[in-house]
Design a protein around this ligand. Structure first.
Ligand code: G3P
Length: 218
């Protein structure tokens, strides 16, 4: 299986609203045999981007909701219908209480969405691993949005997260994220035993996002 490069567009002005599809179309032109590239556009743009690009699309969040009286909620079932293939859950910017998270993970698995659950600490990683998601993304919140990569400042914690998760859920692959912005950061993440990275601001904020991504994946 190829390492996953998950690009979280968040709601950056360069990537949200009317900018989402044009950005996705630029990024889909970047070909790679080494990695699996997945994008997580802002929630209001999911359907348009999923329909308009060949890239795999994940949601940035999913709620505990079905199809019915759930005003303002994002349900796994609806995501599935509009061509979304997976979801990030419990991102530091969108935390979910653990008992609810447990139910959402089960619901997403039922819909056959790929589940990426974020953890901000080793303690949280331990709890999250028990939910046996497809991926666990370890992201120290204090490094998110900055230019110092987690792989440079916290390599020991990543190693420990990989070990810890392996013991609890053999099927769960570990990702890391926060400040990842270079080819070296990705290589280092893989050396530490992760199966990929989450990247936020570096791609949408780049002067030429496609060129930047190409260089990252070289
Ligand atoms: O979901 C990705 C993330 O939170 C990392 O963001 O901007 O530090 O790459 P960033």
């Amino acid at each position: 299986m190829k390492p996953l490069i998950l690009l979280n567009f968040k709601t950056y002005p360069e990537a949200a609203g009317t900018k989402a599809l044009p950005l996705a179309k630029k990024l889909e032109k970047v070909r790679t045999k080494k990695y699996e590239v997945v994008i997580a556009p802002s929630l209001p743009t999911l359907e348009e981007v999923a329909a308009g690009t060949s890239l795999t699309v994940y949601s940035q969040h999913t709620d505990l909701a079905g199809l019915g009286a759930f005003t303002g909620k994002i349900s796994a079932q609806e995501l599935k219908q509009i061509g979304v293939k997976g979801t990030i859950l419990n991102h530091s910017e969108r935390k979910i209480p653990f008992l609810i998270l447990k139910k959402i993970v089960a619901d997403c698995k039922k819909q056959k969405l790929v589940v990426v659950v974020c953890a901000s600490s080793l303690l949280e990683a331990k709890k999250v691993a028990e939910l046996k998601p497809d991926y666990l993304a370890y992201e120290p919140p204090e490094l998110i949005g900055g230019d110092i990569s987690v792989t440079k400042t916290k390599p020991d914690i990543i190693l420990r997260a990989v070990e810890l998760v392996k013991k609890i859920s053999h099927k769960t692959k570990v990702l890391c994220g926060a400040g990842v912005h270079s080819r070296e950061d990705i290589q280092k993440a893989l050396q530490l035993g992760t199966k990929g990275v989450l990247i936020g601001h570096a791609v949408p904020k780049a002067k030429d996002p496609a060129k930047f991504l190409k260089e990252l994946l070289r």
